[in-house]
Design a protein around this ligand. Structure first.
Ligand code: C5P
Length: 335
């Protein structure tokens, strides 16, 4: 999800975008396509937790990227720069300063979302880069072309162009918004300091079995139907038990990071809530009726870690954060 908060390059101001993280409330693997990608049936929701990007035209020879906060590493860095190059190529000379190519941009990226965590931070940065660059250049790309650019950048990127609760299918390129969630549930995130590569998890999935568990697909279908119609925060939280087991990648991620299994169990005991895995992990999550309740839970987890009562995998302490499901529909209704 991306939100413009300033005027574009025309006003000589940088374009600022928030690149929200995502959570998979469900994730069913339903097969593979002819390119070897896994076909998904997954309910994605954006989180309030977000990276911040600012994009400004520069006179230099090439695009530049400056990253602060979480060390983005080469993958996320390349994704932002790749997103700029892909958007420039799709725009060609069709921008107000054309017919030459669009000018280089200087991007400042403040990383607040952990990387390689199952939260889609890099993909969200890429989507924010596509829309932010278009605004900075005063250029337009129709929805079909935007989607094509996004899908080429990565499987999760099309979701972030939509930026609201959605059913995601195919390898990630089919995104249907689900407008029925009323309210913004609180979310506790705990990300052990063990970066997990998505391809490794899918490879472990393939090594275990050819397709997902039908029960996960059923839960995912049911949740999508409910979120398409009308679902209150209380009803969503009441379904947490079913949702936290509705991820076909759970056994594969556990095979890649075995220490995640006892940690998830210990966390469940500590917060007395069902704990889920987002995407290919390693981020663990719990749902709450409100963000303040998630804040209390985060304090409990931090205190247990500090006291040595909870041991997390990884060389560093985990990222522990209270956030909420970002619900633009609700914010539009209130404004
Ligand atoms: O599309 P993206 O580059 O984000 O995907 C990273 C890797 O994750 C792919 O190379 C593939 O191994 C795996 N993947 C998959 N099926 C998907 C999404 C990702 O197999 N739907």
């Amino acid at each position: 999800m991306t939100v413009a908060t300033m005027a574009g390059a025309g006003a000589g101001m940088p374009v600022v975008r928030m690149a929200h993280a995502k959570l998979n409330l469900t994730l069913a693997v339903t097969g593979r396509d002819r390119h070897g990608y896994h076909r998904l049936h997954s309910v994605f929701v954006p989180l309030a937790l977000a990276d911040r990007l600012s994009l400004a035209p520069v006179t230099g020879a090439q695009d530049t990227l400056h990253v602060t906060g979480f060390d983005a590493g080469p993958v996320a860095e390349n994704l932002v720069l790749r997103a700029l190059a892909a958007t420039r190529s799709a725009v060609g000379g069709r921008w107000p300063g054309g017919p030459g190519p669009t000018p280089p941009l200087a991007v400042r990226l403040e990383k607040r979302v952990p990387v390689a965590a199952g939260l889609g931070g890099g993909s969200s940065d890429a989507a924010a880069t596509v829309t932010g660059a278009l605004e900075a250049w005063g250029a337009e790309l129709d929805a079909t072309n935007r989607l094509a650019v996004a899908a080429r950048l990565g499987s999760d990127v099309p979701f972030f162009l939509v930026g609201r609760p959605a059913l995601v299918e195919g390898r990630g390129e089919q995104v249907v918004p689900l407008g029925g969630l009323h309210g913004s549930p609180g979310v506790l995130l705990v990300t052990p300091a063990v970066p997990v590569r998505t391809p490794d998890v899918f490879a472990a999935f393939d090594a275990r079995r050819a397709s997902g568990d039908g029960a996960v697909r059923l839960t995912s279908t049911h949740l999508a139907e409910e979120l398409r119609a009308k679902l209150s925060v209380a009803d969503l939280v009441a379904r947490a038990g079913a949702l936290t087991t509705a991820n076909d990648l759970l056994p594969a991620t556990a095979a890649v990071v075995p220490a995640l299994v006892p940690f998830k169990r210990a966390l469940t005991r500590l917060v007395r809530r069902p704990i889920g895995l987002s995407g290919s992990g390693p981020t663990l999550w719990a749902l709450y009726a409100s963000e303040p309740e998630a804040v209390e839970a985060a304090a409990l987890v931090r205190a247990a870690l500090d006291a040595g009562e909870l041991a997390a995998p990884g060389a560093a302490p985990p990222f522990v954060e209270a956030t909420s499901i970002h619900n633009p529909r609700q914010q539009e209704a209130q404004s």
